[in-house]
Ligand binder design. Structure first.
Ligand SMILES: O=P(O)(O)OC[C@H]1O[C@](O)(CO)[C@@H](O)[C@@H]1O
Length: 317
């Protein structure tokens, strides 16, 4: 087992040790959740949770927020920035925090790096330890920042959720090698807060295994992308219990077209239940998506400790 895989499998004690979130979103401020790469995918899910808990929110990539904030939130509205970054050093995320603070907006940082440039630019800090062996590919840190963002949004995320995620990973593990056999096209589908995690699953697949992968809201997949489905496709369907029926119909259609389907919370070639506290499904599913990337990389003899063209911190200048 390499260090990437250890980081994925050994993340659950870190979830249990993650700090309570003692701060809450400022009332009457639009919550703009910024980040880059993995961190903006996690931001996408956190923004959904914030909206669902009554806090107007939207996810924005760091550079987009720095360069054209009023394309995303109308000028004059009170805004609070929630900046996510494992390293606290990604150029665009740090710039988004700095320019926001200069403009008078409060900044909350969610990070694994309390001494970082991002923290120096933030008013309030939510920090966590991460797996000591985590390398370029972000896994445990992504889960931990999602967990902390969910608590910030007002959700209860405790040991029952950790136990559910561990159980799901243990149940999925024996099936993953068989599911990926002969598959070269990977599709991650999820609605609501599952969508950001679906994007993160697709990114992990690209970074780790250099495979074609994509993410969509489930029913959007029927409007064009479904053209690519065939017997080379593996679809990871993360079922939203509110839309289980329509997503199940889609899964059956994809199966009939030759895809295999890993059904998390609903039907598939392999179907696994997703437990955990209310609303925590996206976090519970995330480690399975991370491990899937490692399985595909290994099947292609790719070393996920040295992913092509990537560095642990992406800075400009
Ligand atoms: O969370 P950080 O440290 O800002 O880093 C985000 C980085 O992580 C990655 O997703 C790599 O895993 C990059 O795309 C991105 O630059």
């Amino acid at each position: 087992m390499n260090a990437t895989e250890r980081g994925i499998r050994e993340q659950f004690p870190l979830w249990d040790r993650a700090p309570d979130c003692r701060i809450a979103p400022r009332p009457d401020h639009v919550q703009v959740v910024v980040g880059c790469g993995t961190s903006v995918h996690i931001a996408d899910s956190i923004a959904v949770f914030l909206n669902a808990h009554g806090r107007a929110s939207r996810p924005v990539p760091g550079n987009e927020w720095t360069r054209r904030p009023h394309d995303y939130v109308p000028a004059g509205l009170p805004v609070e920035i929630v900046a996510l970054s494992r390293s606290g050093e990604s150029t665009e995320t740090v710039a988004a925090a700095r320019t926001s603070r200069e403009a008078g907006h409060p900044v909350v940082a969610i990070t694994c790096a309390p001494q970082s440039a991002l923290c120096a630019a933030a008013d309030r800090l939510i920090e966590t330890d991460t797996h000591p062996e985590e390398g370029i590919v972000m896994t445990a840190s992504a889960s931990l920042m999602l967990l902390l963002g969910m608590r910030y949004a007002g959700m209860t995320v405790g040991q029952p959720t950790t136990a559910a995620a561990r159980t799901l990973l243990d149940r999925a593990d024996p099936h993953l090698a068989g599911l990926i056999e002969g598959r070269t096209h990977f599709v991650f589908l999820g609605g609501g807060a599952f969508y950001g995690v679906a994007r993160e699953g697709a990114l992990k697949m690209q970074e780790m295994s250099l495979s074609q992968s994509e993410a969509h809201h489930p029913l959007e997949y029927r409007h064009g992308p479904i053209s690519l489905i065939d017997e080379r496709s593996l679809v990871i369907m993360m079922y939203h219990q509110d839309t289980l029926e329509e997503e199940s119909l889609l899964a059956h259609d994809l199966l009939a077209k030759g895809a295999k389907v890993l059904g998390l919370g609903g039907p598939g070639t392999i179907s696994l239940p997703v437990g955990g506290e209310p609303g925590t499904g996206p976090l519970v599913c995330l480690p399975v998506l991370q491990l899937l990337g490692e399985y595909v990389a290994r099947s292609r003899n790719l070393d996920t400790l040295a992913p092509r063209h990537l560095t642990k911190v992406v800075t400009i200048g």
